[in-house]
Design a protein around this ligand. Structure first.
Ligand code: ADP
Ligand code: MG
Length: 362
């Protein structure tokens, strides 16, 4: 670190951003719908040291490749550096003037676990650049630039949830977000329950195609139904939805019912009605498994073991799917015990190596 830095030690900027777990509202964000993420304790930290000229160097404790590129000449390489290049590319395309820097990244958000390490990285880098170079970037613009880096440069067509969560969520509330208007409200997490997150040990690769395929299916379903986005559907459309060719009908039904479940989950959270929240988690998981088809056999097993646990109110897969993590609400004070028990049973049955991430081990 520090090569080419002639701006003095005070210009070194350290910033961080958390991973997130989505409580409910999956694959709704790119359909203009509702989501309900909360920040997890794990976070991505970056140290940025400005340097003269237009060169950027980057290294990460979580990746082998070190990288170097020139601002204004970002080229996708197909590795993690694309997330950093994507950020400077998006800033440049939106008229922000940057100078070169050396970047060092470290994170305890697991990569590819459905907990949004990608947005944590983008938001941490954006915060560091904003503060190092004095850019006027409000919260929504910052989130949108992170999304643009991922959509337009990396090539993963994610919605806005992850960047909004990394930038605006905290660990004591859930961020109830309307992804169309970007209006949000913070809903306190229930004091009488423990949040539990278990990584299934199966990583996904979001840019590998399945996610983008689901997004294309949703756009096609909306087109055939004659609505701008699936968010615009109501229960009155259910019959028309069921007449769509398979799998478009099931994809649309997932989005319609999932949006409704988010609204109900907010009410359940506000009433501390954990049994209702648990039912909604169960219905959400079944919809992701059967209608949206983004779960896997291993994740289904992990969810079933959690749902059968005596201390659990409800469990579901969280994140884009095809592996990743499971989110659980457990009885207050029982989260760690239940989480360890569920992870152990899952390891025995699946042969996978799960990790209890929340409550954290630190
Ligand atoms: P998720 O966001 O659910 O963790 P993604 O596939 O969207 O999964 O993003 C994971 C990718 O983001 C990694 O494969 C890597 O390229 C990049 N990434 C995230 N965090 C880091 C990090 N700390 N260091 C290097 N690369 C990272
Ligand atoms: Mg991601």
């Amino acid at each position: 670190m520090g090569a080419g830095n002639d701006a003095g030690p005070h210009s070194v900027v350290r910033r961080a951003a958390p991973g997130r777990v989505n409580l409910i509202g999956e694959h709704t964000d790119y359909n203009g719908g509702f989501v309900l993420p909360t920040a997890i304790p794990q976070q991505t930290a970056v140290v940025l040291t400005p340097r003269t000229g237009k060169t950027v160097t980057a290294q990460s404790a979580n990746a082998n490749q070190v990288g170097e590129f020139i601002l204004g000449d970002e080229q996708p390489r197909g590795d993690w550096l694309d997330y950093v290049q994507g950020v400077t590319w998006a800033l440049g395309h939106n008229g922000f003037e940057l100078q070169g820097f050396d970047l060092s990244v470290s994170s305890d958000v697991p990569l590819g676990a459905g907990l949004s390490s990608s947005a944590a990285l983008e938001v941490a880098v954006l915060r560091a650049i904003r503060d190092a170079f004095g850019l006027a970037l409000d919260d929504l613009t910052l989130a949108r630039l992170g999304q643009s880096a991922e959509n337009d440069f990396v090539g993963a067509r994610c919605g806005i949830m992850d960047q909004m969560a990394a930038n605006l969520a905290d660990g004591s509330t859930a961020l109830f977000l309307d992804t169309r208007s970007l209006e949000f409200r913070r809903v306190p997490l229930p004091a009488d329950a423990d949040l539990v997150v278990i990584h299934s040990g199966v990583s996904h690769d979001i840019s590998a195609g399945d996610y983008n395929t689901r997004r294309a299916e949703c756009e096609e379903a909306a087109r055939q139904l004659g609505v701008p986005q699936l968010r615009d559907l109501t229960d009155a459309d259910l019959r028309r939805i069921e007449q769509l060719p398979d799998p478009l009908g099931r994809r649309a039904r997932h989005v319609l019912t999932e949006d409704a479940r988010v609204l109900e989950a907010v009410v359940a959270l506000e009433r501390s009605d954990l049994n209702r929240l648990g039912e909604l988690f169960g219905a959400s998981h079944a919809s992701m498994r059967d209608d949206f088809e983004v779960s896997t056999t291993d994740v289904d097993l992990l969810v079933e073991l959690a749902q059968d646990d005596e201390d659990v109110y409800g469990a579901r897969m969280t994140g884009g799917g095809f592996g990743g993590s499971v989110v659980i609400f457990a009885r207050q004070g029982r989260g760690r015990v239940a989480g360890d028990r569920i992870a152990q049973a899952y390891a025995t049955r699946s042969g996978r190596i799960p990790t209890l991430l929340v409550p954290p081990n630190f």
